[in-house]
Design a protein. Sequence first.
Lengths: 250, 250
Amino acid sequence: MLCVTVDNYLTDEDRSFLASYDPRAFPPVAVTVDLVILTVRDGELCVLLIRRGEPPQRGRWALPGGFVGPDETLDEAAARELAEETGLRAGAHLEQLATFGDPGRDPRMRVVSVAYLALVPDLPMPIAGTDAAEARYRPIADIESGAVLAFDHGRILAEGVERARAKLEYTGLATTFLDEPFTVADLRRVYETVWGVPLHPANFRRKVLSTPGFVEPTGEKLATGRGWAELYRRGTTAHLHPAIPRPPAG
Amino acid sequence: MLCVTVDNYLTDEDRSFLASYDPRAFPPVAVTVDLVILTVRDGELCVLLIRRGEPPQRGRWALPGGFVGPDETLDEAAARELAEETGLRAGAHLEQLATFGDPGRDPRMRVVSVAYLALVPDLPMPIAGTDAAEARYRPIADIESGAVLAFDHGRILAEGVERARAKLEYTGLATTFLDEPFTVADLRRVYETVWGVPLHPANFRRKVLSTPGFVEPTGEKLATGRGWAELYRRGTTAHLHPAIPRPPAG
DNA sequence: TAAATAGTGTCTATCAGACAGTATTAT
DNA sequence: ATAATACTGTCTGATAGACACTATTTA
């Protein structure tokens, strides 16, 4: 294997050691990335699921994912999978979530899966890949109330949803769920949908607009709906000071 | 490979598919766990490092770690490594940090490393393993100011330290750095050491004691030092309400 | 007119941060 | 006596949460 990245760190001793090193002496392990792609549509928090078109567990709903290529970083593999499934290349938020590697979580072999979390705006339609019979955004509520996902994907999804809920509190990531421009009420509905609690409109507005860098006014106003509403774009601040406090129970 | 865990999920189709499945068709990848073991000693935040006794990068300081066994979960492998290096079996905090898998991060082969973060009290002495010439707790400040670690361990350490700093704010984990019983001043010194900022003793005391479940009084008093100080044990609450706010810069 | 929504202003309880001050012990 | 530390009490400014109120548009 060619490893130019750290080649300049190698000593002569390293080089002679590597010449006699056999990577195939280790038990076979596969490394994959699985994606928790969340979006908000029609007042519901939804996740992109694919129905498996190949065994094992053909016909069952699963998170999209795939093998990490030999020359890819983990982040690159996740970005490639996200683009393949949604068509999105930029504008979405993508971060590593956690890694799942219990023996027996996949019946084929030892599979260590690095899970990623993506937050995307409401998109036209997902793209069904070669190994997927069908791809669809499905409400979280449906999965939480019974529907069983393939492998340990239910647990991965639960961690992704919890991470997303927590991150809305102290980052400006809620705006990545929205197309620009948006109103303060649109942003509030994102929080209400993801957290599952109603928020006080007046207090929410005051907090959002008093947090520097959260949203930028476009100066335009939207006349649709009742009355009129000012329009905003995403701000530049990743970390919110102060945070948007999450109500205790939900 | 025997995979009983999800065996009852297998359909007849799955079983016939698996009979013709060859795990060795994939490029060889090794999965390891690396540990960021942090402690507070002599007013400094320290990390357990080993000096590599085998190539590659023999003689360079690195995080302790090792291969994940074929029948181990990732958490089990991390707990085993922690016990091997420190002798600790319980009482320490251990959580998954992030996964690092850039091609070329290890010159031997493609190595995907699942990093774990451990917070431990001040311990007698670390144990040098078979592949380590030496094991020592070294101050974070020494590494941040120049000392280069093996592979990408500098980046892993930086993420671990940042996670630890963030977690002190909203969890009761600071107490895992201390032997019981401890005083409020001991706990304050942990925060001051990890965050690198002085905290107001009076305000710190008020916040800690008004946060239910953070610390439990033993009823005893310690007469050493000037005056006397009340002694406490770790509380049961993992999540702090309200949080211990971290001062902005520093 | 009634209902729904965008936006403004105000009141109150709480908390962070700063500081004054007391009690106790080592030097 | 002086310095250092543990601990208590008080004051101020900021903010979360609740509510009242106006303006505007649709049904």
